[in-house]
Design a binder for this molecule. Sequence first.
Ligand code: NDP
Length: 486
Amino acid sequence: MAYDTQPTASHFVDGQYLEDTAGDLIEVIYPATGEVIAKVHAATPAVVDAALASAKRAQKEWARLSGTERGRVLRRAADIIRERNHDLSVLETYDTGKPFSETLYVDATSGADALEYFGGLAGSLTGEHVQLPGGDWGYTVREPLGVCVGIGAWNYPTQIACWKGAPALACGNAMVFKPSETTPLCALKVAEILHEAGAPAGLYNVIQGMGAVGASLVTDPRVDKVALTGSVPTGKKVYAAAAADMKHVTMELGGKSPLIIFDDADLENAVGGAILANFYSTGQVCSNGTRVFVQKGIKEAFLKRLSERLQTAIIGDPLDEATNFGPMVSQAQRDIVMSYIEKGKAEGARLVTGGQLMDGDGFYIQPTVFADVTDGMSIAREEIFGPVMAVLDFDTEEEAIARGNATEFGLSAGVFTADLTRGHRVISQMEAGSCFINSYNDAPVELPFGGSKQSGVGRENSKAAINHFSQLKSVYVRMGDVESPF
Ligand code: NDP
């Protein structure tokens, strides 16, 4: 499974790899061992300028193509990604520490899905004809925004680079993408593949750096739109900076989502849903259902089966295909999660399973479940972004809905019940953008994805994303004489 993780250079700008060692050094650490596996440099102002200048130029050329021609490039890139899925998945595992048993099926694959889906849509992006009184008429033109900046979190580096890039490019925009400094490798491959598939030089650039590089992109006058995946505090800063120049934004932010399990739910499915909602990608998923409300009648049976099934998790070397639970992405994230586990204990939650660091140099934490959690506890209010499930008890449907909604976040919500009417009734009252009935965390490209309340603005995926990466021009056409008062 060896993979040469050191990229040819730190950045991909204007159709080629670009290095500038004057930028701050960023060490890429393999989370399973703590070893440095690659080194890149943060973008200097010269690199930022080169990326934006090339994007500005390439966007004009790209927007002159027909949608069908643009779509062909995206679909070709999707094909290349699928052909190289194995190697890209290995790289994703090195970048993030997520098990290869996940990355092989989820990361490059969902990036390819996005490129294929938006590549397919590109040729059908049209405006409307509108008939008006007196024979006059109007039409609308769907136009690109211009240069879009994408800024990514570290949990899904390939997917985020594609989920932002695919709709942006389909609509005729160019993109400058800045991955998280924690996972800088995968997006470079996306840029390389798009170029190989026929994207003009400069259309999709990747530059490295910390928050400061992201901030310099957001405030640059050449940028028309900012699409961020990150935490709520970062989202507020980026949204405010973009507002200064009235730039368009998409904000995909954090959550503390409720998963409500009723007494009548199929126990195995509910336990499986709760596992997916808390332990997939070692719990580092924005939409996770980390507040698991379990109706009192099923609670002990739920906790018993959950504990039994967690004992079967295979924790270990992420590159071993049998492993299904890997390390945290970084030591810093592991420390944050451990501090929440300590808070959970100190605030009186009952530790059902896990809660310990694991031996070795990697950033491993056991899958952890707390029961008897109450709404005011830190582990029930704050996003932990790690493998820590909080189980809360409830009696009635009304109570579960009210308590589930009592959060500033609104990314996701889920319900498990055998009563289909109740399932829809509950979800219709949940204040969240991406919801699930008898399932959790599915994110097909055909469905909009994104949050309400403080979890975000705008939507990724689906036809809805087109509205966030394009703008409408409306044109009034008078067929008769102009009636002017003077
Ligand atoms: P952060 O908010 O810390 O960082 C997100 C990105 O923003 C990083 O690339 C970061 O750079 C960059 N950044 C930081 N400060 C600024 C700034 N002032 N201006 C511009 N860019 C900036 O999030 P994490 O990387 O820690 O990711 C975890 C968070 O992301 C969680 O809250 C999670 O819920 C959320 N998330 C949301 C998803 C969604 O779709 N709703 C999906 C996945 C994650 P750097 O890291 O280099 O400092």
